[in-house]
Design a protein around this ligand. Structure first.
Ligand SMILES: NC(=O)c1ccc[n+]([C@@H]2O[C@H](COP(=O)([O-])OP(=O)(O)OC[C@H]3O[C@@H](n4cnc5c(N)ncnc54)[C@H](O)[C@@H]3O)[C@@H](O)[C@H]2O)c1
Length: 250
């Protein structure tokens, strides 16, 4: 299996797209997945240095669509060495957090289904072939809200992103010996369409709480992902890289 074969979810927009652009630049073979049909046009924006590029329209809230996509990716790329879980949603009520008493169980479950269950299914389908090959890199995009209370984010979002950290640590401890590293990147506020679902005045206030006094660009998050999925990051596993302009320090 080539060490430069990557499946990226949520690759039609924001952070996922920025990761796809960086990995294309460095000649990776890519399998880009999103529920948005825009994913099919993404290849035109990628560097000509890219290796083979495949796109797939799939909804990660549906287990059968993930299973079919991962099988197809393994076949088309000859194995998948890198998995980047970027697809995610941030439920909002009137551009802010949904009040606790208004969250229905099905809303809570849907948020977890996309932000936490889907990464689990991708890992279940892809990590065994990485372990068999003796090499693998998994990076999941968590959030600063997994580390601290973030006012504009909803309860289910906080919970799902914190769950990713625990799941990733368990995988990291289990598969380290087989050469598979599993890490998270926890961005603070990033300038993407997902962020723009928050009310403008909440966004302006959020900026005042960030020591850097600005939001990240998607590419500033992708830079950390690019390092973690590279062979150079071979001894980093079970970690969470905080990329937040100083808004959370540990
Ligand atoms: N933007 C931020 O401030 C921020 C901060 C912390 C963490 N994050 C996380 O980063 C990740 C990427 O977010 P982004 O800001 O780039 O958002 P974005 O909305 O620009 O991109 C998310 C992508 O995920 C896709 N997606 C959503 N639900 C899907 C589904 N069911 N099936 C397939 N694809 C689906 C969307 O179509 C979209 O292309 C998310 O997990 C998000 O929670 C974002």
């Amino acid at each position: 299996m080539k060490q430069t074969t990557a499946l990226i979810t949520g690759a039609a927009s924001g952070i996922g797209l920025a990761v796809a652009k960086r990995l294309a630049e460095t000649g990776h073979d890519l399998y880009l997945l999103d529920r948005s049909p825009n994913i099919e046009a993404i290849t035109a924006d990628l560097s000509p240095n890219a290796g083979k590029v495949f796109t797939r329209v799939a909804d990660v809230s549906k287990e059968e669509e993930i299973v079919a996509a991962t099988k197809d990716a393994i076949e088309k790329l000859g194995g998948v060495a890198i998995l980047v879980n970027c697809a995610g949603i941030s439920p909002k009520g009137n551009g802010g957090p949904v009040p606790l008493e208004e969250i229905k169980v099905e809303d809570w479950e849907y948020c977890h289904r996309i932000n936490l269950v889907a990464p689990f299914v991708f890992c279940r389908e892809l990590i065994p072939q990485m372990a068999k090959a003796g090499y693998g890199r998994v990076v999941s995009i968590s959030s600063r809200s997994a580390r601290m209370h973030v006012g504009p984010a909803s309860f289910d979002y906080h919970s799902s992103k914190a769950g990713l950290l625990g799941f990733s640590r368990a995988l990291a401890g289990t598969y380290a010996e087989q050469g598979v590293t599993v890490n998270c990147v926890a961005p603070g506020r990033v300038d993407t369409p997902l962020s723009r679902t928050t009310r403008p005045e909440l966004l302006e206030h959020a900026k005042t709480l960030i020591p850097a006094r600005r939001f990240a660009s998607p590419d500033e998050i992708a830079a950390s992902v690019q390092f973690l999925v590279s062979p150079d990051a071979s001894y980093i596993t079970g970690s969470c890289v905080d990329v937040n302009g100083g808004a959370y320090m540990n």
